[in-house]
Design a protein around this ligand. Structure first.
Ligand code: DGJ
Length: 727
């Protein structure tokens, strides 16, 4: 058991291989003592400083507020005198808001229970142990169950919360965050990921200052702009040294990720559903399950944190049977044709691609209804036979005859005002009655929280998937939620819409997974706005960004791979000048960068230059050769273009350390410059490695502690792969 309870001291200790998470009960309050490097069992309750006057709780009621406003609470609540950011807030029938939680009971058990209706990490009794601590507010008859899991082979603790109304009256939850971490501020910086469309997940550090700082989304989805992740990092943290306390939210909607430094230099980090326009009516006897937060601590820099997340998500989050399998190399027609295609065009792309070893054709947006551009027809999921005579049956059978698989694009959550669906059901769009809703890309969001709407959407998805041999689905989502209103919610439950919407997306995706278990699902949201752990529970890969330029991708993929396994990152070779930035990069470099993800093509192969076309079979061969390693190996970030503005370098090492692939991208050529010395990581120091291209032999310790020379390449945007095998 990796979780123990000390009856005498009332201490809970959750251990992972290298970390401990310790909390305990004092005067019936649940306090947090330590998260970080592993400790032997012992009494660390002094860390809560409850012995320092005037904070002593029971013994100094006169100054109870001093205690509430400074004690390290495991799950702080609002309205009773903890003036810092808190996790739980309610509104009673009488309009009051205070909640005060006291320890009631706990249970410790093997394995990890599912979270009802929500994605979450999973593990068997061999993988992990769980702890549930029940706290109560007797005045409100409210129960709060804090759920923890400690993984036995990974330095991961997960947390979530269930709130149960044991009273006779409904109560309104106005804020339910999932996790809190109270610590002393040791000169930490806050690491978050921010971005924009085509510029997703750039890393940002800021030194913690007094007050609130953090990030969040109120866009109804994770968003391009912010990411539900935060990490406190010790001063000058690097890839290999320094402390990191990371929190990541397994959720795909509004979130709040915040750190607050208070008057005593304590830092409180919280993560959960954003309380913006959130109210949940909790009926008597019912419960509310908040989503999961993953905690990772590393005392060996960011790299170790990254590899822990990668292992967790590869083995304990992604469920798809594809998670450990090589995915078919696809060619997607979006950047190749946009809306201007028909069966003949698609088949010419497929035929050209099949000859070069590409394995699947994905037909993107524009195949249905009156969808000749992006102003119309979302919701009309009926094949446009003008474009595709003979329908999907004919097209897919022809593609299959070429020896290729077939995949399709859908955007099931959306409705265009100019669509038959909208003309029939204008009330199905999310909207505030009487107010003309704002449009984005000329579209609105369907209110899939309504049963009849969800069933319609599900019915159309089924119909399309069942109509032909479709083996892949790209599920897109191209506008964020605004003008929130649902015609099926009451005034006191409208505040549930954001969360209900996310639950409805999960419901649809769950149905997909159970009804089409072998379907390869790729989630997408105007590029990478829904790259989050919640979606990974349903799809083994997610489209990273609409920016397919190899150089822009260096930063996007670096920020994404900070947390997510390479096997999940949708990455394609596209045409030049690149459609997002107009940059021209060598075809070879585009291939090397896409090899760090799922790998595929997104261009009109019939228009490609002969020279580029000739490179495809070699790239395809590289993919087949290295994808097992890329998918299952450990990822090391060796240099970052985002930081050094010159070159990028990453390395993948097989689990046993015998094989390694280094990718070097020299962004800007440098005249009169010598080779760069790069220290590799993760190898076996005592072993000899042969570099495939040159045949040179190096010892592992030399490669790691002294370095490998990477020659200065001639030209901008050049790249090189270096493959090393143990002798
Ligand atoms: C946004 C996606 O990210 C693109 O790849 C493409 O599928 C378009 N939507 C289609 O509208």
């Amino acid at each position: 058991m990796s979780i123990r309870f000390d009856e005498e001291k009332h201490l809970f200790q959750l251990d992972t291989p290298n970390t401990s998470y310790i909390l305990g009960v004092q005067d019936s309050y649940l306090l947090h003592y330590h998260y970080g490097k592993k400790l032997l069992p012992g009494d660390v309750s002094y860390l809560a400083r409850t012995n320092e006057p005037p904070y002593t709780p029971e013994r100094n009621l006169r100054d109870k507020l001093s205690f509430l406003d400074s004690a390290p609470f495991e799950y702080p609540t609002g309205g009773i005198g903890d003036f810092r950011e808190h996790c739980l807030e309610v509104r009673t029938q009488q309009g009051h808001n205070g909640v005060e939680l006291h320890y009631k009971s706990h249970r410790i058990f093997g394995g990890k229970p599912k979270l009802e209706g929500l994605p979450a990490t999973f593990g068997s009794e061999q993988d992990c142990d769980s702890l549930e601590i029940t706290l109560t507010d007797s005045l409100l008859s409210l129960e709060v169950v804090l759920q923890y899991t400690a993984f036995r082979k990974l330095d991961v603790i997960t947390r979530s919360v269930r709130v149960v109304n044991r009273g006779a009256q409904p109560i309104y939850l106005t804020k339910v965050l999932s996790a809190c971490l109270d610590m002393d501020n040791e000169d930490y910086s806050l690491l978050t990921l921010h971005g924009s469309w085509a510029r997703e997940r750039r890393m940002q550090y800021r030194k913690l200052g007094y007050g609130f700082q953090g990030t969040g989304s109120i866009r109804g989805e994770t968003s391009h702009q912010e990411h539900p992740f935060l990490a406190l990092t010790s001063p000058n943290v690097t890839q290999t040294a320094g402390e990191v306390y990371a929190m990541h939210f397994v959720y795909s909607g509004n979130f709040q990720a915040q750190a607050e430094v208070n008057q005593f230099d304590q830092v409180r980090s919280v993560l959960g559903i954003n309380p913006y326009h959130f109210t949940w009516k909790l009926e008597s006897g019912s419960s509310f399950q908040a989503p999961e937060v993953v905690l990772v601590y590393s005392d060996a820099g960011l790299g170790q944190m990254t590899r822990t997340f990668h292992r967790l998500y590869r083995n304990h989050l992604i469920r798809s049977p594809w998670r450990n399998k090589k995915r078919p190399i696809l060619i997607n027609n979006w950047e190749g044709t946009y809306f201007d295609f028909n069966t003949e065009k698609l088949l010419s792309i497929a035929a050209g691609a099949a000859e070069l070893g590409i394995e699947m054709l994905v037909m993107d947006d524009g195949w249905f209804g009156n969808r000749f551009d992006d102003n119309r027809a979302l919701g009309d999921w009926f094949v446009n036979e003008e474009k595709l005579p003979g329908g999907l049956q004919y097209l897919v059978s022809q593609v299959n005859q070429l020896g290729m698989k077939f995949g399709i694009w859908m955007e099931p959550e959306m409705i265009s005002p100019d669509s038959d669906l909208y003309r029939a059901h204008p009330d199905w769009a999310i909207q505030i009655p009487g107010r003309t809703p704002g449009l984005a890309r000329n579209q609105l969001v369907l209110d899939i929280t309504r049963e009849e709407v969800l069933e319609y959407v599900w019915g159309r998805i089924r119909c399309i998937l069942d109509s032909a041999n479709i083996e892949y689905l790209k599920w897109d989502m191209n506008r964020q939620l605004s003008d929130l209103g649902s015609l099926c919610l009451n005034p006191d439950t409208q505040g549930e819409l954001y969360h209900r919407y996310v639950l409805a997306v999960y419901e649809l995706q769950e149905r997909l997974c159970s009804n089409y278990p072998n379907l390869l699902l790729e989630n997408c949201s105007g590029g990478g706005a829904r790259f989050d752990p919640g979606m990974l529970y349903y799809s083994p890969q997610i489209w990273c960004s609409d920016d397919t330029d190899a150089i822009e991708r260096l930063s996007i993929q670096e920020g994404t791979a900070l947390i997510y396994p390479l096997s999940t990152m949708g990455a394609h070779v596209s045409d030049c000048p690149n459609h997002a930035v107009g940059r021209v990069t060598p075809f070879e470099t585009r291939g090397h960068v896409a090899l760090a993800g799922t790998f595929g093509y997104e261009l009109d192969i019939t228009k490609l230059s002969q020279a580029d076309r000739e490179m495809i079979p070699a790239q395809v061969a590289l993919y087949h050769r290295f994808n097992d390693l890329v998918r299952s190996g450990d990822y090391y970030r060796l240099a970052s273009y985002h930081e050094n503005h010159q070159f990028d370098c990453w390395q993948i090492v097989s689990e046993n350390g015998d094989e390694s692939l280094v990718t070097f991208v020299q962004v800007l050529g440098r005249p009169n410059y010598h080779s760069r010395r790069i220290k590799l990581q993760g190898l076996r120091p005592e072993k000899l490695y042969r570099e495939e291209e040159t045949g040179a032999v190096y010892r592992g310790d030399a490669l790691m502690y002294a370095g490998l020379m990477l020659e200065n390449l001639w030209g901008d945007f050049r790249s090189k792969l270096i493959h090393l095998m143990v002798l």
